[in-house]
Design a protein around this ligand. Structure first.
Ligand code: DGY
Length: 324
């Protein structure tokens, strides 16, 4: 019996063990570099005639890609929980299934979000630069003094799985936890001891505002000039979701004018940020290169999950973690 081997295009070389597993089950073509996104023309060429695409958040999977692939394309498996890089309406119209990688990255991303919060509060990266640059002359009563985390008020914007995991961490720091979400959940409030607040109230009351919403047409620019102006001058903004949820120009202004105290960012409107980006000139912001889910174990799990979905979808089966 000849088994049908599906054809899958992988937009980035994944961990060897995952590539081996994929190759046992499908005919794989892939972009050979692990650390650089596939050039657009290579992507358009690579996807021709495939049954499945395993993509990263760095690739825009839109009408042009669907056209280039052809009508036999059955699945796009994104190696991320967010899938704003995929034109899901176009996928739906063409009957192409879309999958993501939820759950496996929840705790890892919550760890990073909390680390970013603490780093911005206690000026960790600024302090390390200070020491490495040989500027540390003496202990001083006010040297690099930051904001307290313990006992402070945390406002979580977007109380999904990662938001809830951050709230659990906050319990250990005796924080009062406020949240804002599309829908209110009394169950979550009871389980985590948190309070629902309209966005404006949350922004006015929180010492730390943590953005964890997915990027959708409704959340694009959710935290803009007006919203930043509602925050306390001592407040810290953390964004570990998607850059465009926060108006970056307005944030730069707020940080420059110190109308908020500091920020911790893992994501940006355009990634990677330009070498002359105004954020790079500011001391009161901690900047990370989109590493929310980047632990060795979690990235391996994410790759495996995406691979399983790509293979199942390409075979015409119902893929795990289908979002469209
Ligand atoms: C996701 O999964 O959406 C993350 O941003 C990737 O690290």
């Amino acid at each position: 019996m000849v088994l049908h081997r599906p054809r899958i295009y992988v937009t980035r070389r994944l961990q060897d063990v995952v590539m081996d597993e994929l190759m046992q089950q499908a005919d794989i073509t892939f972009h050979p570099e692990a650390d650089r996104p596939v050039p657009r023309e290579d992507l358009l060429r690579g996807v021709q005639g495939v049954d499945g695409i395993l993509s990263m958040l760095t690739e825009r999977i839109d009408r042009e890609v669907f056209d280039a692939a052809g009508p036999q394309l059955k699945v796009v498996a994104n190696m991320a929980v967010g899938y704003d890089n995929i034109d899901v309406e176009e996928a739906r119209r063409r009957g192409v299934k879309v999958t993501n990688t939820p759950d496996v990255l929840t705790e890892t991303t919550a760890d990073l979000t909390f680390a970013l919060l603490m780093a911005a509060a206690r000026r960790l990266t600024e302090a390390e630069r200070f020491l490495r640059e040989g500027r540390w002359q003496t202990w001083s009563p006010t040297l690099l003094a930051g904001q307290d985390v313990y006992g402070a008020t945390l406002g979580i914007v977007g109380m999904g799985r990662i938001g809830q995991a951050v709230a659990r961490r906050a319990q250990g720091f005796a924080m009062r936890v406020l949240y804002h979400n599309r829908s209110r959940s009394v169950q979550t409030e009871q389980a985590l001891g948190c309070e629902y607040k309209p966005l404006d109230e949350l922004l006015r009351e929180a010492d730390f505002v943590v953005v964890l919403t997915p990027l959708t047409p409704e959340t694009r620019g959710l935290i803009g000039r007006r919203e930043l102006s509602l925050m306390k001058p001592s407040a810290v903004l953390v964004n570990a979701a998607r850059g465009p949820v926060v108006d970056e120009a307005a944030l730069v202004e707020a940080l420059q004018n110190r109308t908020i105290w500091s920020a911790g960012l893992d994501v940006y409107e355009r990634e990677p940020i330009a070498p002359d980006h105004p954020l790079l000139a500011l001391d009161n912001v901690v900047l990370l290169p989109h590493i929310g889910s980047a632990s060795i174990r979690t990235r391996l799990e994410m790759a495996r999950m995406a691979a399983r979905s790509a293979v199942a979808g390409a075979l015409g089966e119902e893929p795990p973690n289908r979002v469209v």
